[in-house]
Design a protein around this ligand. Structure first.
Ligand code: IVH
Length: 692
């Protein structure tokens, strides 16, 4: 797709191209901002914008009323309340080469009429790759938070932002009467990987990168979901302010710190353009080790007086520029597509790549997620693809390079049989929605060796039985040799197969003893871990805990599952819905599973899990609603505390509510409480009540 150089375009061609670019860029904006699901890389997007700008610069008469240069991002989505920004949230111009940075500094000097040798300080800041948010404080209290949206109008995400610990609910020290602090909400690589793992286990949407997952989390309509997603915030700018606490950018960042914000620790004040470039090189080298995504650095004129004189051009300030990094991407060839079978039978396609270095790491595999993803990207064997790596995240296939597609290639046909056992693999239809599941699953169940091995791996994994020394390779080898077929076999290894193991290559007295000791240490296990270990579909650590706290003993749980009222009993547990309940019931309806449990019970002792400290706590069994802002702890923390004391935390007030804890800014819920005659107390009274 080599486009004609801009200086060779005729006016007619330019006009056509501007039209094409306007609609293409608008579509990418919509995907990026509206849906958090971009289909091109930032670098490709920037290239489109640059071409658009270059054509406009040559043919200014042809600039369209809907030109992308006039707009930032997409219109806000319909589901959140709208917030008109008191001061627009703008964007930054980009620099790619060192010369662009020199040009920027020269432009600033020219505009201000400064001589080449006159002093001009800048700040240099990492450009965090998250999503920007504006936080409004009135008399030091956080009253409203909004996304950028299209720059003029954003979305009210106050409730979600309150759950972020890096965002103070009240500013420390003396703050201006009105202050809008702006910055970036982001997710660390570690948290991103863990979130995707949870999402995958729960059959939920998988995020492409930390930026999208931060955006998706913050734009959740249910703040409870945001609250359990670990988000962070760096402050770096501001909007409306009754009075500014400093007269430089660097001074403002110091003030933000004093108010209680996190400010990126790598920010530097630079006196010369060379310092800026040196900063860029330094950050670029440290990029992979930061633990969160940055996509460049931002240079800003330090003096606010000069910033004010410089002002803005269309969508960006003249006093700042973003120096972007080259994306960590590379091209390679898909040599094969491997289908992995998970413990619940889910088939996951993995691209086997010709090994390639991406951002300093050799990549040979990339997940393709599922059948629909392969079809959407039309990935075929032999295709050249762009792969991308963000931090320590699983590499992704971004897109196919169509120009390099082999002539005789054919669309990839996803197998309809399980590659491990040959059983049919199907996509289930959700009875209620009539929608097809995104995953294809092996129907082989208990006869599928791949599922069996995955179930065993899960059984011994960290959050389950946590048996040291029984890693993935050993499980596979022991399974292949018939030493371990079902979980109980693990506990019979020493008795039945000690000899066989000793005779195996790589095993000696010592290593065998170590393994048997590790197994023996796990002959007692709390009920919640035990339930998690069973690998029941949709039942992970959290659900296992809920079940354990409800039934306390394995016997009580198993007995309840055999009775008529099993479904009702399960759904009566807060946090367990119909799908999960059905999966649990299905597990117990399968005779083989009951046999597995019976066998296990002979070898391991399942420890009782006590109910949360119910009696003794004045709030046990009470239904509590928190509203308004809490100052001593986040909403998330308050909820967790209340629940650990046996209270039920609800999100809306009803007749059944026992207590409303109201902080500053409480609104409709307070009114509801009064209507229903529900007791209302403030945060301090609440803390006293729970003996904090
Ligand atoms: S300053 C008026 N500083 O980059 C200028 N932006 O491409 C306001 N960003 O919308 C932005 N780190 O979401 C600024 N240290 C930083 C930044 C930063 C990340 C984001 C921000 C902005 C986008 C512009």
């Amino acid at each position: 797709m080599s486009a004609k150089p801009v200086d060779k375009l005729t006016a007619a061609e330019a006009e056509k191209e501007l039209e094409r670019l306007a609609s293409e860029i608008a579509e990418h904006d919509r995907r990026y901002h509206g849906e958090d699901a971009p289909i091109i890389t930032d670098a490709e997007y920037d290239a489109l914008r640059r071409r658009n700008e270059a054509i406009e610069a040559r043919f200014p008469k042809l600039i369209r009323p809907d030109s992308p240069t006039h707009r930032v991002g997409a219109k806000p989505s319909e589901k959140f309340a709208k917030v008109i920004h008191a001061k627009p949230m703008l964007s930054l111009d980009n620099a790619f080469a060192d010369e662009d940075v020199a040009d920027f500094a020269a432009r600033v000097r020219r505009f201000l009429g400064l001589k080449e040798d006159a002093k001009l300080a800048f700040t240099a800041e990492p450009k965090i790759d998250g999503l920007s948010a504006s936080l409004r404080y009135e008399d030091g209290v956080f009253v409203q938070g909004a996304t950028r949206g299209d720059g003029t109008e954003g979305e009210d995400i106050t409730a979600n932002l309150r759950a972020i610990r890096d965002i103070p609910l009240r500013l420390s020290g003396k703050a201006p009467a009105v202050l809008e602090v702006r910055g970036e909400v982001y997710m660390t690589h570690k948290d991103f990987a863990a979130l995707n793992k949870r999402q995958e286990a729960a059959g939920e949407k998988i995020f492409a990168n930390p930026r999208n997952s931060a955006a998706g989390s913050v734009r959740q309509l249910d703040p409870a979901i945001t609250a359990v997603r670990p988000l962070h915030f760096f402050a770096y700018a501001w909007g409306e302010a009754a009075k500014l606490p400093a007269d430089t950018q660097s001074g403002m960042l110091e003030a933000f710190k004093a108010y209680g914000f996190k400010v990126n620790p790598l920010v530097r004040r630079c006196a010369t353009t060379n310092d800026l470039i040196a900063f860029y090189r330094d950050i670029e080298a440290r990029r992979a080790a930061l633990g969160y995504d940055i996509d460049g650095v931002v240079y800003k004129v330090d003096s606010l007086e000069l910033q004010a004189r410089l002002g803005f051009v269309s969508r960006s300030p003249r006093w700042a520029i973003a120096h972007k990094f080259a994306a960590e991407q590379a091209e390679t060839v898909v040599e094969d597509i491997d289908i992995q079978v998970g413990r619940t039978g889910k088939l996951t396609p993995v691209a086997k790549l010709r090994p390639v270095t991406v951002g300093g790491v050799v990549v040979a595999n990339a997940t393709l997620h599922n059948e629909d993803e392969i079809e959407r990207k039309d990935v075929r064997l032999g295709d050249t693809v762009v792969v991308q790596r963000a931090g320590d995240v699983i590499p992704q296939v971004v897109r196919v390079v169509l120009d390099k597609r082999p002539r005789n290639s054919r669309a990839y046909k996803f197998p309809e049989k399980c590659p491990a056992c040959g059983s049919r693999a199907v996509r289930e239809i959700d009875e209620k929605t009539g929608k097809e599941d995104v995953d294809r699953r092996c129907t082989g169940g208990l006869i599928c060796p791949a599922q069996a091995v995955e179930r065993l791996r899960h059984f011994v994994s960290r959050d389950a039985f946590d048996i040291e020394g029984l890693g993935e390779k050993n499980i596979q080898a022991f399974y292949d040799d018939g030493l371990i077929r079902e979980p109980v076999d693990i506990f019979l290894l020493e008795k039945k197969h000690a000899r066989t193991i000793l005779e195996r290559e790589g095993w000696g007295e010592q290593s065998a003893k170590k393994l048997f000791d590790a197994i023996d240490r796990r002959r007692e296990i709390p009920l919640d871990r035990f339930i998690n270990a069973l690998g029941i579909r949709h039942v992970g650590e959290t659900t296992a805990k809920l079940i354990a706290r409800n039934f306390h003993t394995l016997d009580a749980f198993a007995a309840a599952m055999e009775g008529e009222g099993a479904m009702a009993e399960l759904q009566g547990i807060g946090g367990i819905g119909e799908t999960v309940a059905e999966a649990i019931k299905d597990f117990f309806d399968e005779p083989h599973n009951r046999t597995v449990l019976k066998h296990l019970a002979k070898e391991v002792r399942v420890l009782e899990v006590a109910a949360p400290a119910a009696s003794g706590s004045p709030v046990a069994g009470k239904t509590v609603v928190f509203t308004g802002s809490l100052e001593k702890m986040t909403r998330h923390e308050a909820k967790a505390r209340a629940e650990s004391l046996g209270a039920k935390v609800a999100s809306s007030v009803s007749k059944k509510t026992d207590l409303v804890v109201a902080g500053p800014g409480a609104g409709s819920k307070l009114a509801e409480a009064q209507k229903f005659g529900v007791a209302v107390i403030d945060e301090d009274a609440w803390l006293k009540m729970i003996g904090h």
